[in-house]
Design a protein around this ligand. Structure first.
Ligand code: TNX
Length: 552
């Protein structure tokens, strides 16, 4: 059975909505009473999970779980054919969020949902308003209220309005994710939600080097991750096998190493032209996702050296590689050609990237002597700053004193790492991606047809049950910029494969990044996730029907 059929087969059951929730810390509704037969395939007590009316999700069913949910029993809002979306007058960004919401709601409802700066009196209205005047909300938080006549999302910034609309989509019945009209009542449970992120950085990563994804596939993934309030997409654009981004000053990087046969097992060709890359950035920005480009160095550079032999110390081109070995290639640290190359690449990449971060890899440089590695990073990390970006690299860069103003991405599986802890005392910020928790390319269990297992099997519960701020000794909450779920592509060949590995673990990592630690609760999460499954099916998004979850 294909992974997509597996997912569909798990969905024979009617939707059970998540139980009603309370404010943060008060998690009683999720406790023993509702889940007396906890574990295995036990079903939740349906009376406790009953929603306001058939198929209407409870306010508390949202992923990631909001900061505070206050249901108003007996109150509902009906989205109907006359509903209007009203957006903050004078704000183009708020209007764009309203237009996006309308595009999300029109296919399934078939309603017109005009987007207007003022709503005609007496019509049901969904309002997206700025000026929340609540510092707790920061730039991405929102307050959502639902009463019989209107839904109102208020935020300080458009990013918060967008986050609120992602919540609103989950508050509508699952049929809202159907690509074609469905006749049913579009009822939303009454009450209010106060919500804002725990961490500023909630990321996902695609590995374009081992298997290239088309711009349309990357855009599809952006849509899928942004539903869970993931706000960064890291693109791993170069590695030993291939080079996937156009660089004008070194054109053979893509004409040679983006050519046919440059992926794992000879998959390929593929690379992003500058205009495709910019289009992806624009597409992502409309969904409040920022692209983080990565060029991996000084290791993982075989593809660059195939195209430009002068990047090796002996000037001899290595053979192209399509296997999955790591740690064998290195730039020539003593050569000025290396730094001319690196600076050209960083300059061009920075110029086409509006986001704040530029990732320069730095992992598994086993073919670079330690002293050379330090020499290299001491020169290269400041070069990123020279072109106006914050340097970002895998946790090995913490060895370099120049990482004090950089971000280190923690992929180590250990719970202590003296080098990273020391860097944190110098100011290095950390994005948590421990490979044994957050790597979406690890198999779920021994039977998973895709993925690797070097960091262990990662079932949904394993992906969910850890705290980014207590994972590594000496790397506490203030040092943590956020979390990221990387997806390496050695074994992946399609968007279907990406989705099968990402879902349902990506929402687990997204919840760790967005929701306050006090709201993290496995029983709550698995119930909400089970109810979410049919949405992926309607969206035609593949997922792994984990046996840990009762799929709604
Ligand atoms: C390690 S994690 C790598 C990648 C591989 C991945 C496979 C890291 C920074 N480097 O080169 O693709 O394992 O899981």
């Amino acid at each position: 059975m294909t992974s997509r059929l597996l997912a569909a087969a798990a969905l024979g059951l009617p939707l059970i909505a998540a139980p009603a929730s309370a404010s943060p810390g008060a998690r009683a509704p999720f406790s023993a009473a509702s889940f007396s037969a906890a574990g295995g395939h036990a079903m939740a007590d349906r009376s406790a999970a009953r929603s306001p009316s058939g198929g209407t999700p409870a306010l508390s069913s949202v992923i990631p779980v909001p900061v505070q949910v206050t249901p108003a029993a007996g109150t509902t809002f009906q989205l109907g054919p006359l509903t209007v979306i009203r957006t903050q007058p004078g704000s183009r960004a708020a209007r764009a969020v309203g237009e996006q919401l309308a595009r999300d709601l029109r296919p399934a409802t078939g309603y017109r949902l005009p987007v207007l700066p003022v709503a005609p009196r007496r019509l049901p209205v969904v309002s997206l308003l700025l000026g929340a005047d609540d510092r707790r909300l920061g730039s991405e938080g929102y307050r959502l209220t639902v009463d019989a006549r209107r839904v109102t999302i208020r935020a300080n910034e458009p990013a918060g309005l967008y986050a609120g609309t992602r919540t609103l989509l989950q508050l509508l019945p699952q049929e809202i994710d159907s690509p074609t009209p469905v006749r049913r009542a579009w009822t939303i449970a009454g009450g209010s939600i106060l919500d804002y992120p725990r961490f500023a950085y909630r990321g996902a990563m695609l590995d374009e080097a081992r298997h290239f994804d088309t711009p349309d596939e990357i855009k599809a993934y952006i849509d899928e991750i942004s539903r869970f309030k993931v706000n960064y997409l890291h693109l791993h654009l170069s590695d030993d096998q291939g080079w996937r981004i156009q660089i004008d000053s070194w054109p053979k990087l893509t004409t040679v190493s983006g050519g046919p046969g440059t992926g794992v097992d000879g998959e390929g060709p593929g690379f992003l032209t500058k205009s495709q890359y910019r289009e992806i950035i624009r597409y992502a920005a409309r969904r409040y996702v920022t692209i983080v480009p990565e060029i991996d160095m000084p290791g993982h550079v075989n593809a660059a050296q195939v195209a430009y032999p002068e990047l090796t110390c002996d000037g001899v081109a290595p053979p192209p590689r399509t296997d999955t070995e790591v740690g064998y290639s290195s730039l020539c640290i003593g050569s000025e050609t290396t730094y001319r190359f690196v600076e050209d690449v960083i300059r061009e990449l920075a110029a086409m990237t509006p986001g704040p971060y530029l990732h320069v890899g730095g992992d598994e440089a086993h073919a670079t002597p330690e002293a050379d590695y330090l020499t290299f990073e001491q020169r290269v990390l400041p070069l990123v700053a020279k072109y106006g970006k914050v340097a970002y690299g895998w946790n090995e860069i913490a060895k370099s004193p120049a990482s004090a103003t950089a971000v280190a991405q923690y992929w180590d599986t250990a719970r202590t790492n003296a080098t990273v802890a020391a860097a944190v005392t110098r100011g290095t910020k950390v994005v948590m991606s421990p490979a044994n928790k957050a790597y979406l390319d690890m198999k779920y269990d021994r039977n998973t047809p895709l993925g690797q297992d070097w960091a262990g099997y990662i079932e949904v519960r394993t992906a969910y049950e850890w705290d980014p701020a207590t994972r590594v000794t000496g790397v506490g909450e203030p040092a943590i910029l956020g979390v990221e779920a990387p997806l390496w592509s050695e074994t992946l060949r399609s968007l279907d494969d990406i989705e099968f590995m990402a879902f349902p673990r990506l929402p687990a990592i997204a919840e760790l990044g967005w929701s306050p630690a006090s709201n993290h609760d496995w029983e709550s999460f698995r119930t909400r996730l089970g109810a979410y499954g049919p949405r992926w099916t309607r969206q035609n998004v593949n997922f792994y029907p984990s046996p840990q979850i009762n799929w709604g």
